[in-house]
Design a protein around this ligand. Structure first.
Ligand code: PMT
Length: 404
């Protein structure tokens, strides 16, 4: 009964996935929650309010002005009562209303008034989901701290196949349970994370890169998000799915990464740089595929890339925490300490990438956390676990409490 005593308001909007929301109510109830359902008028065309009333054992509220029996429910009462607000399915329409602050029915009015954390489970046709307007609305919502569950990919009710399927009820309820069980010590903080490998192009089909998979950075982004942060992830080439509820900014080269980081750093409280950044790029980049030469040897000239972390270090504001990673093959701590100083970092995560189970493209890592005044060994562990330990150490540094 993870949700024992929690009051959850479920907004149901008009989409075919509305029938799945009945299972969400059952699962939330089984987990101990007191569930209150608000339906839009369109939702009532897909599923009868009586279904939700029976399952939730609470009166179902629908359009403010259409159902006189509901007028007794003051429009902000549910907004204040909610420990958590979930909109599932969330149509493109309700997401657009939320993004713009439109309050023209019971659900949108209550959503605008609530101070509770809001989760949305979008469900719509792929074209609507990928439309620039919807994606811009999603960006605004996630930047405001709205958490997004899904949507999944697959066969849609309209016959199309692609992104837009509402996540399964079990997954939605698990996310909510997770949120209640995780500590929320990052709530109110904005965390910027870099992940993955940069690519330095030689021509349209060839590039220079490295083995970073993005696992470490994505684990940190997810963990920070679970702990309540608003997270921005700047990512290069990654092999992992991107985390949900996080603002994701794709980059290719070190120069792209630099531009994104210079723009994003000032708006963040914590910056964690796990990306494996190329130190050099090709002097000449060809616009067409480079042809095989007649000589047996050719020389490609490399020029130095900017040190992004060092540039971020120059932008550091009081109170901001900057974290770097050091991928080392020898003299781990000595080299990492030099990087801590050179890049004006508060913390460096030194991983010896020659050790089995550590470094690039593994699910585990081994690292030493080094800061001015202390160090901590993190033995072999899952990157997901290490992400939590790094976030713990950052909180200690923020509170000025970090001793080894
Ligand atoms: O992605 P995974 O497969 O999970 O692998 C994780 C990892 C091994 C990539 C990660 O744990 C790690 O060590 N990341 C840092 C890799 C790296 O580039 O290390 P470095 O020692 O060369 O750089 C030190 C720091 O400066 C890093 O924070 C790096 O992001 C930054 N840097 C480096 C070069 C450069 N031109 N600009 C930078 O900002």
């Amino acid at each position: 009964m993870i949700l024992e005593g929690k009051k959850i308001v479920l907004g149901v909007t008009g989409g075919i996935a509305a029938y799945k929301s009945a299972e969400i109510v059952s699962r939330l109830r089984r987990s101990g929650a007191d569930v209150h359902v608000i339906m839009t008028r369109n939702a009532t065309e897909f599923i009868a309010p009586l279904t939700f009333q029976t399952l939730s054992r609470n009166q179902v509220v629908s359009d403010t002005f259409q159902t006189p029996e509901n007028w007794q429910v003051e429009h902000v009462a549910l907004a204040q009562l909610a420990d958590l607000f979930l909109v599932a399915p969330a149509t493109a329409n309700i997401l657009a209303k939320m993004a713009c602050g439109i309050a023209d029915d019971m659900l949108s009015t209550t959503l605008l008034a609530t101070k509770a954390p809001i989760f949305v489970a979008p469900a719509m046709n792929t074209g609507m989901w990928t439309a620039e307007a919807t994606q811009e609305n999603m960006k605004r919502l996630t930047q405001r701290g709205v958490r997004v569950i899904g949507p999944g990919t697959g066969m849609l009710a309209c016959g199309d196949s692609g992104a837009g399927r509402m996540s399964e009820p079990a997954e939605i309820v698990a996310e909510i349970e997770n949120w209640f069980t995780q500590g929320q010590d990052y709530r109110g903080l904005r965390v910027l994370v870099t992940a993955g490998a940069t690519r330095e192009r030689l021509d349209p089909v060839r590039f220079m890169t490295n083995d970073s998979s993005g696992k470490m950075g994505i684990a940190i982004a997810k963990a920070a998000r679970q702990r309540g942060a608003e997270v921005t992830l700047v990512y290069g080439a990654v092999t992992q799915p991107l985390p949900e509820g996080v603002t994701c900014i794709p980059v290719e080269s070190a120069m792209d990464l630099r531009d994104a980081m210079v723009a994003e750093t000032p708006a963040h409280d914590v910056v964690i740089q796990t990306a494996a950044v190329a130190d050099y790029r090709f002097l000449n980049r060809f616009d067409t595929k480079m042809k095989k030469q007649s000589q047996r040897e050719i020389t490609l000239v490399l020029v130095e890339n900017p040190d992004v972390a060092a540039e971020v270090g120059k932008l550091k504001k009081p109170g901001q925490i900057l974290v770097g990673f050091a991928a080392e093959t020898n003299q781990l701590e000595e080299n990492a300490e030099k990087k801590l100083e050179k890049k004006n970092l508060d913390l460096i995560v030194a991983n010896d990438v020659t050790r089995p189970g550590a470094g690039f493209n593994t699910d585990t890592n081994i690292a030493t956390l080094i800061w001015r005044g202390g160090r901590e060994e993190l033995p072999l562990q899952q990157k997901t676990e290490m992400a939590q330990r790094i976030l713990d150490r950052i909180q200690l540094l923020r509170s000025g409490n970090s001793v080894s």
